[in-house]
Ligand binder design. Structure first.
Ligand code: BYC
Length: 478
């Protein structure tokens, strides 16, 4: 397979699509439906053009090209990482066998399910972020939003390719379904909870790209290990694009925290709302919310689905090849924290195979901690000249506010105490964003569309995109 992407084709690709007429026709049949979905459910703000990154190769260096592009003309395509002709399955009962180029009949339903769940999240996030362009705090941020959106659209293409190419009629029906379900729809919602929540303001967008896109990183990391080679190579290239989405989240929250710290210092108060900033307690409540709905995306702590996927070789662990065990896990165990009826925690042991969702979640939690460290460092560096004690931003206990898994149905505080429902309800407003918080944050969301200018509630970025300065004309509005 050539590493270069064929851009002369109607659907840019590096899979030799022109040599497979049936698949080409099927995907060209889906393409206008995608474009019409994008028109209806994609970004609400009309633009003349946006400075976007487009993939031009799948090698490590020089894979992206930047230019001003009319967004509806963005070249969504199908790009897989290069094939390793010697690739062998790295885990499970088929460990050591060559990776599969076709779907084995016995794993067809499970693989299709994993691909559909992954595929469903991609358009969902575009739908959730549809209105945000109308209130972007700068042209730089607006550009980043569009970059994230077009790449989530491309990730939908990646999953639709797999469904069309390897899952026959059922795959084609599922590809239609991906455009028919919509985020938050009462009749046909998206499959996973977090993708039916609103992303109503830019603080929510930065939290989403920090916490929820990071779940995407970890889930794609496990699919990259898959024995089904086309899925593995698809996920590998998606991960390359995903890194930018997390940069948007990490530096987005950095910049909100930076600005809040500056306002606290300048006005000598934590109550910075009247000065146009977002108070740290609101930021903490947004962290609590977005982190915990993202934890739900890992499924239950013990899962026979996860065990079966692993044993079959469909979905591995994060950095599977770097783990120093037998990659089969039949004899290993893991410890679980279980909330008890009477306000006490107990621990239990489960087989490591059953606890694979927890293993992945633990990797994710460790990664999330690095964000909190950064944001607390920004607060400490800014300081208050010793006049005020700044709170520390924290990650809540993984049992807090959970709808999926062992902790669902329990009332657990951010510091991990199990309490009764009344106590929980009485304190909920301290822990999760209140309607007042949401209204206040929304009131700050006024668009700033002048080159080089930025809204009052966020600091400018340290640098621009692709070596351009912050005050570059990233977007031409129509
Ligand atoms: N909401 O055995 P269990 C991304 C269901 S994000 C609703 O515990 P399993 C992105 C589950 O389906 C990454 N239902 O779970 C980010 C099952 O139903 P059935 C997306 C849920 O299967 C930002 C039942 O509960 N990719 O890429 O081990 C922007 C028992 O489930 C939820 C993937 O997730 C939930 N949260 O694990 C754009 C990878 N959780 O079968 C993109 C593919 C569980 O009893 N998916 N259920 O009807 C998977 O690996 C797994 O399906 C899950 C669930 C990790 C999602």
């Amino acid at each position: 397979m050539s590493e270069k992407i064929d851009y002369s084709a109607k659907i840019p690709n590096n899979i030799g699509l022109s040599g497979d007429r049936r698949l080409q026709r099927a995907l060209e049949g889906w393409q206008p439906r995608f474009i019409s979905w994008w028109g209806e459910m994609g970004p609400a703000l009309a633009t003349r053009d946006v400075y976007l990154r487009t993939a031009v190769a799948v090698g490590r260096e020089g894979w992206a090209h930047f230019d001003h592009v009319r967004v509806p003309d963005y070249r969504w395509g199908i790009f897989l990482a290069e094939r390793d002709p010697d690739a062998a399955i790295g885990f499970g009962e088929h460990k050591g066998e060559p990776v599969w180029q076709q779907v084995p009949g016995e794993y067809r339903a499970d693989l299709q399910r994993l691909i559909v769940i992954q595929g469903d999240t991609e358009p969902a996030s575009v739908e959730q972020q549809r209105q945000l362009g109308l209130t972007a705090p700068s042209l730089y941020d607006l550009r980043n939003l569009f970059q994230v959106n077009v790449e989530e659209g491309r990730h939908l293409w990646a999953m639709v390719y797999l469904l069309h190419a390897y899952f026959g009629r059922e795959g084609r029906d599922e590809a239609e379904g991906l455009l028919q379900r919509n985020s938050g729809s009462p009749d046909a919602p998206r499959i996973l909870g977090a993708f039916n929540e609103e992303t109503a303001d830019w603080l929510a967008f930065f939290m989403f790209t920090y916490f929820t896109d990071r779940d995407g990183k970890y889930q794609l990391g496990t699919l990259k290990e898959s024995a089904f080679d086309p899925l593995s190579r698809t996920a590998e290239f998606m991960l390359r694009e995903e890194a930018h989405h997390m940069m948007v989240g990490t530096t987005g929250v950095d910049r909100v925290v930076q600005r809040s710290a500056e306002l606290i210092r300048a006005h000598d108060t934590l109550d910075i709302g009247p000065h146009g900033g977002i108070a740290l307690d609101i930021i903490q409540r947004y962290i609590n919310f977005h982190y915990t709905v993202s934890l739900d995306l890992f499924g239950s702590e013990t899962s026979t689905n996860a065990a079966n996927y692993y044993t079959a070789g469909l979905k591995g662990r994060w950095q599977e090849t770097r783990r120093g065990d037998d990659h089969r896990l039949a004899d290993d165990s893991a410890v679980l924290d279980i909330p008890g009826e009477y306000g006490t925690w107990r621990t239990d042991e489960a087989s490591a195979l059953l606890a694979l969702n927890l293993d992945l979640r633990d990797e994710y939690v460790a990664d999330c901690r690095s964000g909190l460290k950064r944001w607390n460092k920004i607060l400490a560096d800014q300081g208050t000249g010793g006049r005020l004690a700044l709170p520390t931003l924290t990650l809540p206990h993984p049992g807090f506010n959970r709808k999926v898994g062992l902790n669902a149905g329990h009332h657990i505080t951010p510091d991990g105490q199990i309490v009764d429902e009344r106590t929980w309800r009485a304190s909920r407003h301290k822990w999760l964003p209140t309607s007042e918080d949401l209204t206040f944050v929304r009131s700050l969301m006024r668009p700033v569309r002048e080159r080089g200018k930025i809204a009052s509630w966020i600091a400018p970025p340290r640098g621009g995109i692709n070596g351009k300065p912050f005050d570059y004309q990233y977007v031409h509005l129509s």
